[in-house]
Structures are given as structure tokens and as C-alpha cells.
Ligand binder design. Structure first.
Ligand code: PHE
Length: 443
């Protein structure tokens, strides 16, 4: 396709895709999901899910995108243009918009905390009482909405700049910064007295948790969410990669980078939580209530808080850009100009995020399945939408793609290629189906 935008090269592509993978999922979500599901035991199941299901599907999605050199609907239709399963592409477009709508709300919270810590830092004030502060903030009818809008405007601004000048440039600056910040935070947290209990919680498996089906569902959902699988981000970003850049090394770098980032973030969070005698199982509020309480008590806590929320906000930004780009690339494929597409999809996401932004305030009484709106949407997405779309992608890549073509596109060579094909053809669909059916009580 002539005139389509492209990454400047392999490094720019890897940084942008890693930027998509590394986000709130690695820090905010990973920490509380691991906390709720048994810490070390969860980690073990999680790594298993990433290697057996995540990595093969990640490579499949990237390869379909690059082969199609187009948006996600073209990528998932590439192996079998007439098969009805190709509509998984549209599901991904809708899904990425839905995810971004609440993702941006949480990212807005991080901006608000960043601003608060910046103010405290400048004024030399200690941090305020965390629990009351958070409760007041999210119950406010306006503040969470305003920060959601602010965050979306940032996302829109970067995405409007295009693949190279917007998305790639932002990632080239932000990704190295994130790496340094998270390592610095972990080093400091590990030096606190009593940090060892947090390390043990993260790394020592409690085998009894392995008997619980929900731990597997949580691990699979987290693997999909954190790698940014099945929502077309990888297919879309792959679609901007010129042929001739090898994929397998990139896929491994992205996968390991993502897991490593969550681990190091865990080594920043849990030691700090345990050092101050707090409980790790706090749900979505962990990063916003428990951690600020920890920051309020620790030496140089305001600085630590500022760095932590800067990390969270920037990580969220590089992921949000990728989610927006899925629908933007799709709209551009229909003939819209980038600016028009970004403005249109951006506005839609802004509006869709309103219920989530109000879900702890005006809409606090609205619950689904016993959860607040935002929490319920997040669970619906990671527990059902992502695995179901992932199942579709596995079938497309493993069953509908001609064997020789698929193997040529993933570039693994005959031996590893066979292994990859076994994974997407049998292992991934079987694991996903089993976990979904069990969690629905059907198996
Ligand atoms: N992977 C991102 C994170 O961990 C979120 C994301 C989900 C990005 C789905 C793209 C697609 O925060």
C-alpha cells in the first residue's frame, strides 16, 4: 500500500509496542490482582500463561498485521478473507475503544495524584491523609471527569502527530525513562527495613492457591491485558512495520520486557506495603490508597510518590496511544484523514468514559454483579472479552491461515515454527476454552 505510514525501523517499532504493553496493567492492575490471588502462586501461573498462550498469540497477531500492511480488520481477515471469523477485527476495534474509555479514567487519577505530589513537593508539605483524600476525590462529581478529559487530550495530541513523529517519538523518550524510574523505585523500596516480607509475598508460592479456578482465570486475563493482546494493538502496530524486519526477536523482547517490568514494579510496591505493615489485597484502590499511605510514612515519601505517579501516568499514556490508534487506523482505512479520525474516535472515548468517571461518585450505587461500574467493566473485559477475542485470533492464525504462509510470516524456521503452530492451533484455544468454561461453572 503506497503512502502508508511506517516506523522508522525495528527499534522504534519495539519501543512503541513495548510502550503499549507496559502500562497501568503492569503496575496498578498487576499489583492488586497478584495481591488478591495469592502473590507468588499467581506469579507462577501468570508466567505459565504468558509463555504458553501469550507469546505465541503475540507473534501471531504481529505477523498477521505485518502481512496485511493495514489496520486490524485487514490483519484478521488476511488469512481467510471470506471467513466470518474475520469480524473479530471489528470486535477488536470496539473493544479497544471500550478499554480506553475506563483506562483513561484511571490514568486521569494518576495525573491528579501527580499534580498533588508536585504541589506538596514544591511547597515542602507532607502528603495528606490518603484514604480520605482518595474517597473525596473519586466521589467528586467533576474532578475525575476533568482529569479523564485532560488525559484523553494528551493521548489525542500524541496520536494526532502520526506514527513516526507522534507515537514513535513519544515512546523513544518515555520508555527509557520508565525503565530507570521503576528500577530506582524498587531499589529504594528494597532498602526499607522489613522489605523482605514483601519480596517473599511476591516470589514465594502459596501452593493452596493453585487449587482455585479463579486464580487461573485471573492469570490468563492479566496476561492478555498486560501484553495488550487480542484488541488489535499488535496487529495495528505490526501493520506499520516494513517487511524485512524480523519478528521473533521483537516478540520475545516485548514479552520479556513486559513481564520484567511488572516484576520490578512489584518489587517497588510490595516491599513498601509490607514495610509499613499494610495489607496487599486491596483491589483497584491499592495503588491509590495503600501506596499514598505508605508514602506519607516513609522518608522522602513525597518525592517517591511524585516519581511513582509520574511513572504510572507516562506508562498509561504510551498504552492509551496504542489503544486509540487501533480505531484511528481503522477509520483511516475507511478513507478519513488522521486528524479527523483522531478527533472523532477521541471524542467518542471521552463520552464513553463518563459513566466510569462517575462510578465512584454520582453513580456509586449502580453495580453490576456486585461491583462498581468501572470495576465491573474491567473484569468483563479481561475475564471474557479478551479471552474470547484471543480464541478467535488463535483459530484464525492456527486453522484458517495456510500452513506454509503462516510459517513464512512468523519467520521461526521449521522446528520452532512447528512448535508455534501447535501452540496457536491446539494449546491456546484449549487453555482459553477450559478456563472460560470453568469460570462459567460449565466444566
Ligand atoms: N497493556 C496495557 C497495560 O498493561 C493495556 C492494554 C490493553 C493495551 C489492551 C492495549 C490493549 O496497561
Amino acid at each position: 500500500m503506497n503512502g502508508r505510514e511506517q516506523w522508522s525501523g525495528r527499534l522504534g517499532f519495539i519501543l512503541a509496542t513495548l510502550g503499549s504493553a507496559v502500562g497501568l496493567g503492569n503496575i496498578w492492575r498487576f499489583s492488586y490482582v497478584a495481591g488478591e490471588n495469592g502473590g507468588g502462586a499467581f506469579l507462577l501461573v501468570y508466567i505459565g500463561a504468558v509463555l504458553a498462550v501469550g507469546l505465541p498469540l503475540l507473534l501471531a497477531e504481529l505477523a498477521m498485521g505485518r502481512a496485511a500492511q493495514g489496520d486490524v480488520t485487514r490483519a484478521f481477515a488476511h488469512p481467510a478473507p471470506r471467513n466470518p471469523l474475520r469480524h473479530v477485527g471489528l470486535l477488536a476495534v470496539a473493544g479497544s475503544i471500550l478499554i480506553l474509555s475506563y483506562y483513561s479514567v484511571i490514568a486521569g487519577w494518576t495525573l491528579r495524584y501527580l499534580a498533588t505530589y508536585a504541589g506538596d513537593l514544591a511547597a515542602g508539605r507532607p502528603a495528606a491523609d490518603a484514604a480520605a483524600d482518595f474517597a473525596g476525590f473519586i466521589a467528586d462529581p467533576l474532578a475525575p471527569l476533568a482529569w479523564h478529559v485532560a488525559f484523553m487530550l494528551l493521548t489525542i495530541l500524541v496520536t494526532a502527530g502520526g506514527i513516526r513523529r507522534g507515537i514513535e517519538s513519544a515512546n523513544r523518550v518515555i520508555m527509557p525513562l520508565l525503565g530507570l524510574t521503576v528500577i530506582g523505585l524498587a531499589a529504594y523500596a528494597l532498602s526499607l527495613p522489613g522489605a523482605g516480607a514483601g519480596v517473599a509475598f511476591l516470589l514465594m508460592p502459596d501452593w493452596s492457591a493453585l487449587g482455585e479456578p479463579r486464580v487461573y482465570l485471573a492469570a490468563l486475563g492479566q496476561a492478555f491485558f498486560s501484553l495488550g493482546l487480542a484488541m488489535g494493538v499488535l496487529a495495528t502496530y505490526g501493520g506499520y512495520l516494513a517487511r524485512g524486519h524480523r519478528l521473533p526477536g521483537a516478540a520475545v523482547a516485548i514479552t520479556f520486557g513486559d513481564v520484567l517490568f511488572a516484576l520490578v514494579a512489584g518489587l517497588a510496591i510490595f516491599p513498601a506495603v509490607f514495610a509499613f505493615g499494610m495489607a496487599p489485597e486491596q483491589g483497584p484502590a491499592l495503588a491509590f490508597v495503600v501506596l499514598p499511605e505508605v508514602f506519607a510514612r516513609m522518608p522522602a515519601g513525597v518525592l517517591f510518590g511524585f516519581a511513582f505517579f509520574a511513572l504510572l501516568a507516562l506508562a498509561a499514556l504510551t498504552s492509551a496511544i496504542s489503544l486509540l490508534e487501533v480505531a484511528v487506523a481503522w477509520a483511516m482505512g475507511l478513507g478519513l484523514r488522521r486528524r479527523t479520525a483522531v478527533a472523532g474516535v477521541g471524542t467518542l472515548v471521552l463520552l464513553l468514559g463518563i459513566p466510569s468517571a462517575l462510578s465512584f461518585g454520582v453513580l456509586a450505587d449502580v453495580t453490576l454483579d456486585g461491583r462498581g461500574l468501572l470495576d465491573a467493566i474491567d473484569h468483563m473485559v479481561s475475564d471474557y472479552l479478551l479471552p474470547i477475542a484471543g480464541f478467535g485470533i488463535a483459530v484464525i492464525a492456527g486453522w484458517l491461515w495456510r500452513r506454509d504462509e503462516a510459517l513464512a510470516e512468523v519467520e521461526l524456521g521449521p522446528r520452532l515454527g512447528r512448535l508455534w503452530r501447535l501452540a496457536v492451533r491446539y494449546l491456546a484455544p484449549a487453555v482459553i476454552a477450559l478456563i472460560l468454561l470453568r469460570s462459567l461453572g460449565l466444566a
